[in-house]
Design a protein around this ligand. Structure first.
Ligand SMILES: N[C@@H](CCC(=O)N[C@@H](CS)C(=O)NCC(=O)O)C(=O)O
Length: 210
């Protein structure tokens, strides 16, 4: 297999952190998003959407979507379980991952892609579409962000990690999301002490620098 990766982007980082937590090494090729390599023909033959990450198998099949790639590696390397072991753990991790993606990641994407000149006419990641920026979506994203960080802080009031006692895919998703938020000038406010404590702990894990 080969993982198409990009150094600073959140979705490929999600996969790199996941693999680091598993202790699994996968051959990688960096795609230069800044120069538009992901929108050039060679990469569009791998992922016609023009997005990273993508995992290419030796038989030519390509798996897209960071969560799906992580699921694949979880099935291949079940230890340590990052998507949960018991039914309730699996449910909790899924519940929080969806919330983080739907409220937190979407908030950052709304703000960043609708304000930054780099995303002019490219407000969603899709090589085939020209999509104009909508400033009102950035305003909505900022409101979503405030609600999201408050909810995550409350969740972390009495547990070390988002799903409970064990670090999980939900924590990876939130770490990547909160670090990515800086690019959109969205931060975790000082008074959210639980979330700030969690962020320090998640960032201190060796996998955070993967
Ligand atoms: N839901 C997808 C999102 C993929 C995605 O949006 N990737 C971004 C980098 S984080 C990208 O390739 N952007 C290219 C672009 O905006 O043109 C996943 O989780 O893999």
């Amino acid at each position: 297999v080969k993982l198409y990766d990009a150094p600073w982007a959140p979705s490929p980082r999600r996969v790199r952190i996941f693999l680091a937590e598993k202790g699994v090494e996968v051959p990688r090729e960096a795609v230069d998003l800044r120069s538009g390599e992901h929108l050039a023909d060679a990469y569009l033959r791998i992922n016609p959407r023009g997005a990273v990450p993508a995992l290419k198998f030796d038989d030519g099949e390509v798996l897209c979507e960071s969560a799906a790639i992580c699921r694949y590696f979880e099935a291949l390397h079940p230890e340590p379980p990052l998507f949960g072991r018991t039914p309730i753990e699996i449910g909790r991790i899924e519940s929080w991952t969806r919330r983080i993606e739907g409220d937190g990641y979407a908030a950052v994407v709304y703000v960043l892609r609708n304000t930054t000149s780099a995303f002019k006419d490219h407000a969603i990641p899709n090589a085939g579409l020209s999509v104009a920026q909508i400033p009102e979506l950035a305003a909505r994203g900022a409101i979503m962000w405030d609600g999201f960080v408050e909810a995550l802080d409350a969740r972390l009031a009495d547990r070390p990690w988002i799903a409970g006692e064990a670090y999980s895919f939900a924590d990876i998703t939130a770490l990547v999301n909160i670090d990515f938020a800086r690019a959109a000038k969205l931060a975790v406010p000082e008074h959210l002490g639980n979330l700030r404590r969690w962020h320090g702990d998640a960032s201190a894990r060796p996998s955070a620098s993967a």
